[in-house]
Design a protein around this ligand. Structure first.
Ligand code: SAM
Length: 203
């Protein structure tokens, strides 16, 4: 259930960069919630794309709250330390690995740079408690998590995301996850070929 890897579903992340980031970058802070982040490759992939796109100064206004149910209690340490085995970083483009990771243990493992780590904060959180980790997010990313819930749970979690977003904020989920018909008044699709939505009624 915790399967994840760096640069997974790059298409959606690049759509976020190209379609949502120009708007998000017009705010003082870029506040993101990655819900169901597992061991961290997903929030760090997003962080790396943002760092590459915004540069050092622009990246300073990014904050990513990475949350997971974390049944083992181990994800907080893993995400905070951000040290991954060589096999786990094999999808990271070599130039990004070179720029934003530091080899440790003689190159057997790699640690995400302190700068990139500084924007990512882990919190243990159960989505089904239906209490958001915060408010005022510009983007909520929740991928490969909702499929484990019942239809009713999915609807409730998506409504919670709606409430936690700023007006005009973005919500992204995996390609195979469709927005329930009765929630289409809450979100509008940003593109036709991916599950990237914008909160209606704002901005
Ligand atoms: C397949 S992983 C997805 C990881 C990442 N989002 C990705 O797409 O690569 C699913 C994650 O959802 C988390 N999860 C399952 N139920 C949850 C819940 N009720 N609240 C928060 N996280 C949950 C699991 O612990 C697991 O880490």
């Amino acid at each position: 259930m915790g399967l994840t890897y760096f640069f997974r579903d790059l298409q959606t992340l690049e759509l976020i960069r190209d379609q949502a980031l120009p708007t998000l970058n017009s705010y003082q802070r870029i506040s993101i919630w990655d819900a169901g982040c597992a061991r961290g490759p997903e929030p760090y992939t997003l962080a790396l794309l943002l760092r590459e796109t915004l540069g050092e100064a622009g990246y300073g206004k990014v904050s990513i709250t990475a949350s997971d149910l974390d049944p083992t209690g181990k994800f907080c340490g893993i995400v905070t330390e951000a040290i991954y085995g060589r096999d786990e970083v094999d999808r990271v483009p070599p130039e990004i690995l070179e720029r934003h990771f530091k080899p440790v243990d003689g190159g057997d493992r790699y640690q995400v740079s302190a700068e990139v780590r500084s924007a990512v904060h882990f919190t243990q959180h159960d989505l089904l408690a239906l209490k958001p980790v915060g408010q005022g997010f510009g983007l909520i990313l929740c991928k490969n998590v909702l499929l484990h819930f019942t239809e009713e749970e999915r609807r409730n979690v998506m409504r919670m995301f709606y409430e936690a977003l700023i007006p005009g904020g973005y919500f992204a989920t995996e390609q195979t996850q469709k927005l329930p018909a009765d929630l289409q008044m809450l979100f509008e699709p940003v593109v036709s070929h991916a599950q990237l939505y914008r909160k209606r009624g704002g901005a």
